[in-house]
Each structure stands twice: as structure tokens, then as C-alpha cells.
Design a protein. Structure first.
Ligand code: GLN
Length: 558
């Protein structure tokens, strides 16, 4: 091997982690594509209920990594946690398969099994996700950390190749309609089965290849039991342990409970959303109270917090993919794609596809700008991501304003939305991850990643709440007309529906009233999408305005 090859090649272990994560994301995103449609069509839930479950589920998936990271660091090690998480997720998907097989004979039991399945997947994801990402970092010894950016770009492509495959194959098997457009409500389970098989494949791949390839350059196994790890990764003079006083632990505990009360009883959030928001804020408070922090470390951590706050709005908009955008793709979109009628849940694949196509160009773009000394600092890139997603929602808001309650949205507009959202994601998601790595003192790195993931979780929870205010789509108006009800007049309070009409609407999972957000009544799809334009737009402007201050607080980190 020539000298340049030695310098540029990535360790083989990266490809093992790439493959394992690819199958895991196949399982996760394949299921995500089908979940809300399954809840509505087979388990007979209303779309708003499905959106709330979806947001809570995704949120919890990003809360449990705290637990998975902690268990790995203290007890089981990364490898065992990855295997355990993989197996749990495969079992969870099989439970969804079971739910999708029995709902007709026993709807209540099917719902219980569905909730248990999501619970098992939440824990599986929590064990798997933080450990596989941190193993990518540990493959590279200190002197090779410069390769980390490109290692994470490759890894991010693995994530999205998996997402792309899962979002193609699971919908093809599970989201099936006949020529007359009538959905086969029994098909979803085959999508869940495929997700389970993919997860098992990933777990088996990792089990057999880890000892040979996921090793240090000297061949020492990585991510083994914590008792066998060698602690060599600290900067000289840096404190090696967090130093929480019992007083700050108690205060954090009290803050957690008090915030819980405020979010649950004051703001009216459900228990899961309350748990996500309160743990994020109290953990952030706990870390910043640590007595071993120097001024520079504390400033940098505050930057992580500020950035984490703003990206909540990004994920809340981005994650409409699996709920409101999928409902619109299902109910009010012409999905003719070059003569082929796409399954609605499959429209999401454009995100994975565009990441695979654009990840390398984006990293070349940053490299080129850096070479010219024009690379923006990370918070500016994040703000650009927020601007782009705001523009993308403005574009779709304008398009839906033309179609009214009976026209169809052309699928090309959803594809354009996913294109813009992907550009935004590439400005924000990998950049945010690496920024946290660069700004965190080592002893707090996993906890601060926990805070960062909790802000993703909060974004998903907010996304669930926002998805649940989706107004009626075209199919609801058509159905109501069939039932002899003028839905628009009912929603506008021009007609008071009879008790019989109300129960008919309820039976067909149609809301008889408009939803509200922050005191504003949402009358139509245009207003619904404008909520995202405004939220992400304001977040972008404020973040831009803060960048000179953030730059100072980062003390030389870019
Ligand atoms: N799409 C990426 C993944 O699945 C990022 C998601 C996130 O960070 N919230 O890993």
C-alpha cells in the first residue's frame, strides 16, 4: 500500500458500521413510511391521533439514546448494546406484523400490540443509535480525527441508502391499492415483516464481522465491555470526570418535576411530550451547573444549547414527512410519476435519494469554500438550513392554495419540497452533529449529544402536535358530500350538524371543527403550511442575528 493510500483510506470497520446502520435505517424508515397510514386505515384512528402517536414515538426514539449511551458506557459496551438494540427492533417489527394480522378480529388487542411494538422499538433504537454513531468516531485514533468529517459523510450516506431502500420496499409490499384506488388494509403487515428481516440482517452482519473489522489499528476490539476499555482519549490537563454536586442533582430533579407540571397541566402537553421537553431542559441545566467547567467550556456549551433550541423548529417541519405530508400524498395528490402511480408512503423516498446524490457535492462545496477562506461558520450553515426549509414550505403553501378542497396537488411539488428539505438537512444535520463534537468538553460529549438528540426529540414532539392540526384534505370533503353533509359549512360554523351527522363524521374519522395553533384557527391547507413557514422563518432570522455573538462564544471553533 502506498503512503497516500495509507493516509486517505478509511478503516474497513467503517464499512461494517455503514452496512449495519444501513439495514437498521431500512427497518426504521420503512416502518415510518407505513406507520401513520396503518394507524388510520387498519386501526381506524383519526389522522390527528395518528400524528400525535407518530410524534411521540419519534420523540421517544431520540430520548432513549440517553439511556443507551449510559448503559453502554457503564455496563454493556457499544457492541452488546448494538446487538441488543437490533434484536429489540426486529422483535418490535414482528409485533407490528402481528398487530397488522389480527386487527380485524380483535381491534383492541391489535392496538395494545401496536403500542407495545412501538415501545420495544423505542428502546431498541435507544440502544442502537448512539452506540453505532459513537463507534464511527472511535474507529479513528487521535491523529486521524481529521478524517472524521468525511467518515460521517460516508456514514450519513449509509443511513440514507437504507432509508431509500426501506421507503421503497416496505411501501411496495405494504401500501397497496387496487386499480380502483381501494386500499388493501391487510397488506401493511408485509411491510413490517420486511423491516424486521432487514433489521435481523443488519444485526447478523454486525455479529459476524465485528471481531474481524471493528477494531483499532492495532487490532484491539472496539466498543467491548467498559471494564476492558483503555482511557486514552483526553486532552492533557482536561478534567476527566463530570463533577455534579449532589445539590445540583437535587435541583435538576426538582426542575424536572416542576417543568413536568408546567408542560402537562399548564401547556396541556401529553405525558410523553412532557417527559421529552422536561428531560431536555433539566439535563441541560444540570450540565451547565457542573463546577469543573471553565469559562470557555461553559460558553461553548451555551452555544450548543442555543443551536439546539433553534433546530427544534427545523425537525418539527422536516418530520411532517411521515404524517401530514403523507396524508396529503395519500388524499389530495396526483401521484402519477412518469405514468406510474406511486404508493403515497413512497413519496418520502425522495429525501433519502437526494441525500445520497447530494451529500458528497455538499461536502465538496464546504471544502471549496474553506480553501477560499469563505466557509461560513457552523451556526450560519444551520440558519441557512432553516431559511431553505422555510422557503420549501412557502412553495408548498402556495401550491395548495391553488387546489382548494377538491383539486389535486401534482406530485412534482412534493418532490421539489423533498429536494429543498434535503438541501436544508445537509446544511444542518451533519453540521450540527459535528459542531456538538467540536464544542463539547470530552467528559460531557455523550451527555451533550444527549441534549442535542433531545432537541431533535422535542422537534419531533412539536412536529406531532403541528401535524395534528392538519385541516381536512379533499377526500374528507368528498366523503362528507357522499354522506349528504356540507363539510365546509360545518367547519365555517354556518351549519350546525345534527347528532346523527356528527356521529357519521366521527365514524368516517372526519373532524367536525377546525384546529387551533397558538390561538390561531387553521382554516385550510395554505394556513397550515404557513405555520411552518413562519416558525422556521423566524427561527432563521433570530439565529442569523445571533451569529456574531455565537462566533465569540465559540472561542475559535468554527
Ligand atoms: N436522517 C438522520 C438519521 O436518521 C438524521 C435524523 C436526526 O438526526 N434527527 O439518522
Amino acid at each position: 500500500m502506498g503512503e497516500t493510500q495509507v493516509k486517505t483510506a478509511h478503516p474497513k470497520g467503517l464499512w461494517v458500521l455503514f452496512g449495519t446502520e444501513m439495514w437498521e435505517r431500512f427497518n426504521f424508515y420503512g416502518m415510518r413510511a407505513l406507520l401513520t397510514l396503518f394507524l388510520v386505515n387498519s386501526l381506524l384512528m383519526k389522522e390527528e391521533e395518528a400524528s400525535l402517536i407518530y410524534g411521540g414515538f419519534l420523540g421517544l426514539c431520540y430520548l432513549t439514546p440517553m439511556l443507551g449511551g449510559f448503559v453502554a458506557d457503564r455496563f454493556l459496551g457499544n457492541r452488546n448494546c448494538i446487538l441488543l438494540g437490533g434484536l429489540l427492533m426486529a422483535i418490535g417489527q414482528m409485533l407490528l406484523f402481528t398487530s397488522g394480522s389480527i386487527f380485524e378480529s380483535n381491534l383492541d388487542l391489535a392496538k395494545i400490540i401496536m403500542y407495545s411494538a412501538l415501545g420495544v422499538i423505542v428502546f431498541g433504537n435507544g440502544f442502537f443509535k448512539p452506540n453505532i454513531s459513537s463507534m464511527v468516531g472511535s474507529l479513528y485514533p487521535k491523529q486521524e480525527k481529521t478524517k472524521l468529517d468525511s467518515a460521517f459523510t460516508i456514514f450519513y450516506m449509509g443511513i440514507n441508502i437504507g432509508a431509500f431502500l426501506g421507503q421503497s420496499i416496505c411501501p411496495l409490499l405494504g401500501d397497496v391499492k387496487d386499480a380502483g384506488g381501494i386500499r388493501d388494509i391487510h397488506a401493511f403487515r408485509w411491510g413490517f415483516m420486511a423491516a424486521s428481516v432487514a433489521m435481523l440482517l443488519g444485526t447478523i452482519l454486525f455479529y459476524f464481522l465485528k471481531n474481524k473489522y471493528v477494531v483499532t489499528p492495532e487490532g484491539r476490539p472496539l466498543g467491548g465491555l467498559p471494564s476492558k476499555n483503555v482511557a486514552s482519549d483526553f486532552e492533557e490537563g482536561e478534567a476527566q470526570k463530570a463533577n455534579f454536586s449532589s445539590k445540583s442533582l437535587v435541583i435538576a430533579g426538582i426542575a424536572f418535576v416542576a417543568l413536568g407540571f408546567i408542560f402537562h397541566y399548564g401547556v396541556g402537553q401529553n405525558l410523553i411530550y412532557t417527559l421529552i421537553y422536561s428531560s431536555g431542559i433539566s439535563l441541560a441545566g444540570l450540565i451547565i451547573s457542573d463546577t469543573s467547567l471553565t469559562k470557555i467550556e461553559r460558553d461553548r456549551i451555551i452555544v450548543i444549547y442555543i443551536v439546539s433550541f433553534f433546530i427544534i423548529f427545523f425537525w418539527a417541519a422536516f418530520e411532517q414527512a411521515g404524517s401530514s405530508l403523507t396524508f396529503i400524498a395519500d388524499n389530495q395528490t396526483d401521484r402519477n410519476f412518469f405514468g406510474w402511480l406511486m404508493p403515497p408512503s413512497m413519496v418520502q423516498i425522495f429525501n433519502g435519494l437526494f441525500v445520497v446524490l447530494l451529500a458528497v457535492p455538499f461536502s465538496i462545496l464546504w471544502d471549496t469554500l474553506r480553501a477560499k477562506d469563505k466557509e461560513p461558520i457552523s451556526p450560519v450553515k444551520l440558519a441557512v438550513g432553516l431559511v431553505v426549509i422555510s422557503i420549501s414550505f412557502f412553495m408548498i403553501a402556495t401550491q395548495v392554495s391553488y387546489i382548494g378542497t377538491s383539486g389535486l396537488l401534482l406530485v412534482k411539488w412534493l418532490i421539489l419540497l423533498y429536494f429543498l428539505n434535503t438541501c436544508a438537512e445537509l446544511c444542518l444535520s451533519p453540521i450540527g452533529l459535528s459542531l456538538v463534537g467540536k464544542l463539547s468538553p470530552k467528559r460531557f460529549a455523550s451527555l451533550l449529544y444527549g441534549v442535542f438528540f433531545l432537541s431533535n426529540a422535542s422537534g419531533y414532539a412539536l412536529g406531532g402536535t403541528l401535524g395534528s392540526i392538519l385541516p381536512a384534505t379533499g377526500d374528507k370533503f368528498a366523503k362528507a358530500k357522499e354522506l349528504g353533509i356540507d363539510l365546509q359549512a360545518v367547519l365555517d360554523n354556518k351549519v350546525v350538524p345534527t347528532a346523527e351527522q356528527l356521529s357519521l363524521l366521527e365514524k368516517h374519522q372526519i373532524s367536525a371543527h377546525n384546529h387551533f395553533f397558538a390561538g390561531f384557527e387553521i382554516h385550510n391547507l395554505y394556513e397550515f403550511f404557513m405555520v411552518f413557514v413562519v416558525l422556521t422563518g423566524i427561527a432563521a432570522i433570530v439565529l442569523f442575528a445571533l451569529t456574531p455573538f455565537l462566533k465569540k462564544m465559540m472561542h475559535g471553533v468554527r
